[in-house]
Design a protein around this ligand. Sequence first.
Ligand SMILES: *Cc1c(COP(=O)(O)O)cnc(C)c1O
Length: 405
Amino acid sequence: MFKVNDNYLKLPGSYLFSTIAKKVNTYKSEHPDKQVISLGIGDVTQPLAPAIIERLHSAVDEMADAKTFKGYAPDLGYEFLRTTIAENDYAARGVNIAADEIFVSDGAKSDSANIQEIFSLDNKIAVCDPVYPVYVDSNVMAGRTGTYDDTTGLWSDVIYMPCRAENGFAPEFPKENPDLIYLCFPNNPTGAMISKAQLQEWVDYANKIGAVIIYDAAYEAYISEADVPHTIYECEGARSCAIELRSFSKNAGFTGTRLGFTVIPKDLKSSDGVALHSLWARRHGTKFNGAPYIVQAAGAAVYSEEGKKQTAQQIAYYMNNAKIIKEALAEIGYTVSGGVNAPYIWLKTPNDMTSWEFFDYLLENANIVGTPGSGFGPSGEGYFRLTAFGSYENTLTAVERIKKL
Ligand SMILES: *Cc1c(COP(=O)(O)O)cnc(C)c1O
């Protein structure tokens, strides 16, 4: 009789967003007259920009012509896209990343989950707390995390780096040395950013202890401040210790279209000289058959002059929502952060409510859905995430309702 991978059985039963959906559906069915606004889920709402749609159409037409038809894409990505990324995201920032160090994929969620495969199960991971749940859960599935403690919500073999108001939502070096360090900036869920000098310290630390930083920069395009890094490779020495994950989802609205990439510099090697670049190339070749030509063509259009202008407008639209939410909440006395370099506003729950108490309070009294901070990790308790991905009109309505509470 077959046996299942029982690492999967160790995963805590209730998934954050399904718990939210259940609560919201129950509320809606009991109150059919109420108009519930979601400021909860991390998905874009603006349609794809015209320059991207145009390229999608023309790429579809190429597929209809025997002379331009494309079958399997190269599993590491089309040269035209890898070169465009290298030029725009790296060379243009004075950063040395070659096109063949860029691995095109169907998105950063799968890359962030899969990247742990190329590391030993003995490796110890360190994560920020609160954190994007994929990093820990994918390591649970692999069997790297030890046992789960129901009361603390912590895994025995994971190193947690609390990020709370006291440290400006920036992780501090852990007491125990990790092998793999997950960092995400601009951060989901806290909306926080760290300075280039702070990130440089992490790069120096990783090089010193022989760790790898897995740097998730999915929200890079939302950065508005100067002196914060758009890529970890702006830091000296990052080529020998950092992997970078990028996505077209939040930058250009590809959440339903699917495109991302991972950067692994050729200088990133284990102590016995094995290049992670070659392991990841092997993994792609074995388990991935390439992102669709049509989508990669559309991805390249994001970097066209029109594409850049149009996606920047969409991001400005979301960031205007972020500003509205943040300023309104601050005005009525909430402690709020984020919302400057990321589409997320992170607020301290009022009156010492737990994150879930505030969730229920907001749903029942303002008909607004947000995300309880504790769902992202124990240090998220007492915090709450609102997102700027709604429409301008809904954002205004939501803010008015919160003001009236
Ligand atoms: C949304 C998001 C991603 C992007 O995932 P895709 O699979 O590319 O859509 C990656 N990391 C974080 C932290 C995110 O919030």
